[in-house]
Design a protein around this ligand. Structure first.
Ligand SMILES: Nc1nc2c(c(=O)[nH]1)N(C=O)[C@@H](CNc1ccc(C(=O)N[C@@H](CCC(=O)O)C(=O)O)cc1)CN2
Ligand SMILES: Nc1ncnc2c1ncn2[C@@H]1O[C@H](COP(=O)(O)OP(=O)(O)OP(=O)(O)O)[C@@H](O)[C@H]1O
Length: 193
């Protein structure tokens, strides 16, 4: 068994330590890889996130999204995530974790099932698409339905290549990612037996 809290601390420290020019270049390359994914639909809702704590940024990706795709940000609602369309300039509020989210009534925001694509933040990941997040279980609870059905929504993790781990043991509730995008490219986990 891995010590998940210790692993999170180490990976988060490494992520914050990345120099600004490297993180800007990485976000730019990440956007290019995401936008070239053949699985990316031309219309629908795309969930991103507001990068915090050194997470790889999605601003370039958001700005270059094809016109038919609406960019959304997560909104905490009860114990799950909902999503609200957000464009630069739209009002924001700070959630309990200090992360900005669209200033909308959470109960009126879109359901996880309404998303075509979800770009998830990552603390760590492995080649099988196992994801280590911040530890709140938000993405796992919100997308638990993906354990019983296929995409959509397509779940794509986003992170720096340095966040890849050899192997991450998955908990029974961990929802595997369909792909992981980094500055180095797109990693597609082999189908699990
Ligand atoms: N940018 C971003 N937005 C996101 C997530 C994320 O990982 N990144 N989330 C992914 O689930 C959700 C929020 N989940 C979170 C879960 C735990 C902590 C956390 O532990 N934060 C503090 C300590 C707790 C606190 O301040 O109350 C920390 O930095 O240690 C933060 C966010 C939704 N929005
Ligand atoms: N489908 C679920 N049903 C009930 N509880 C869940 C579910 N998914 C996750 N949890 C709870 O969430 C807690 C945190 O899970 P985990 O460590 O996998 O979070 P994470 O994926 O790193 O976090 P996040 O998604 O917020 O970035 C677990 O200990 C578990 O109690």
């Amino acid at each position: 068994m891995t010590d998940r809290p210790a692993l999170r601390r180490r990976l988060r420290d490494q992520r914050r330590a990345l120099a600004a020019p490297a993180r800007i270049a990485a976000a730019e390359r990440l956007a290019g890889h995401l936008l070239e994914m053949p699985e990316l639909p031309r219309t629908g809702y795309v969930a991103g996130y507001w990068a915090s704590d050194g997470e790889i940024g999605l601003h370039v990706f958001q700005m270059r999204l094809p016109g038919g795709l609406r960019y959304c940000l997560p909104v905490l609602h009860g114990d799950v995530l909902r999503f609200a369309p957000w464009r630069a300039g739209d009002p924001l509020v700070t959630n309990r974790y200090g992360i900005p989210e669209p200033d909308v009534e959470p109960s009126s925001a879109l359901d996880a099932r309404d998303m075509s694509v979800v770009i998830t933040p990552l603390v760590g990941f492995d080649a099988r698409g196992h994801r280590l997040g911040m530890g709140g279980g938000w993405y796992d609870r919100s997308f638990a339905f993906r354990l019983e059905q296929g995409a959509p929504p397509l779940l794509v993790g986003a992170g720096f290549a340095q966040q890849q781990l050899d192997a991450l043991d998955a908990a029974e509730w961990d929802v595997p990612l369909d792909a992981v995008a980094t500055e180095s490219g797109i990693l597609r986990p082999p189908p699990s037996p």
